[in-house]
Design a protein around this ligand. Structure first.
Ligand code: SAH
Length: 237
């Protein structure tokens, strides 16, 4: 594999490829992503008006976030390294009559091909699945134009996150298949912010995403102790 495409764990791609048929099953394996999507979309829109903006969605999977951004007027490119997911994403976008450009390309390679082309970069629930998240941050910093936004989400690394995201979600509530997440790959907000700073990005906002077991709903909070969102900005030129 070309070194520019090194930052991928093949077992992760196989895991997501095996589940790809279920991306749009709102009651299936990806139910939590469907449940949290309206909240993360709203959080993005609280920071930037997506109408007419060019967006690259890194690790787009079946396009849950990509489609929702396209539906509110963004020009979306979705990239992922699982072809099976991209095929599902393309078919679903056709059905939904949304014009989204889905591509099988690594973030690092795409950043070399089209630097500083995007108003917005999104990369959600993906950093905890790659060997070198800092390299994704670097690619994101290259893809976004000066003054543009980067929106990330991932899982915090602490005892509570272990309890909720692994024991709770995978074993007790069965919200996610066992083995979905590897605790060692979770990232503390300070670590993510530091990675961003090393690429010249400023941290603009952090929020928590909390799952409420009784209502089976997510909500945005001020507490990033388990799932969280981070907004970063590339300073204007
Ligand atoms: N961002 C989507 C999907 C999250 S699931 C959402 O939040 O709805 C994680 C996705 O990351 C999967 O689609 C998987 O194929 C992708 N992925 C894992 N490693 C990757 C890598 N190195 N490069 C690009 N995509 C990757």
């Amino acid at each position: 594999m070309n070194p520019i495409d090194h930052n991928v764990a093949s077992e992760e791609i196989e895991k997501f490829s095996a589940l790809a048929h279920g991306w749009w099953d709102e009651h299936g394996e990806f139910r939590p992503l469907h449940q949290l999507n309206p909240h993360r979309l709203q959080w993005i829109r609280d920071h930037v008006d997506l109408q007419g903006k060019s967006v690259v969605d890194i690790g787009c999977g079946g396009g849950i976030l990509s489609e929702s951004m396209a539906a509110v007027g963004a020009k979306v490119t979705g990239i992922d390294l699982a072809e099976a997911s991209l095929q599902v994403a393309r078919l679903h976008a056709l059905d939904a009559q949304l014009d989204i450009d889905y591509r099988l390309v690594s973030a690092e390679r795409y950043a070399q091909e089209v630097p500083a082309q995007f108003d917005v970069v999104t990369c959600m629930e993906m950093l905890e699945h790659v060997p070198d998240p800092a390299s994704i941050l670097q690619a994101s910093a290259s893809l976004v134009r000066p003054g543009g936004w980067i929106f990330l989400s991932t899982l915090n690394r602490n005892a509570k996150a272990y309890l909720f995201a692994i024991l709770g979600a995978e074993y007790v509530m069965r919200l996610l298949p066992k083995g979905t997440h590897d605790f060692a790959k979770f990232l503390q907000p300070s670590e993510l912010a530091a990675m961003g700073r090393r690429c010249g990005l400023e941290t603009a906002d952090i929020a928590g995403l909390e799952f409420q077991p009784f209502s089976q709903q997510f909500r945005i909070t001020q507490d990033p102790s388990v799932n969280y969102l981070m907004a970063l900005r590339r300073p204007p030129a």
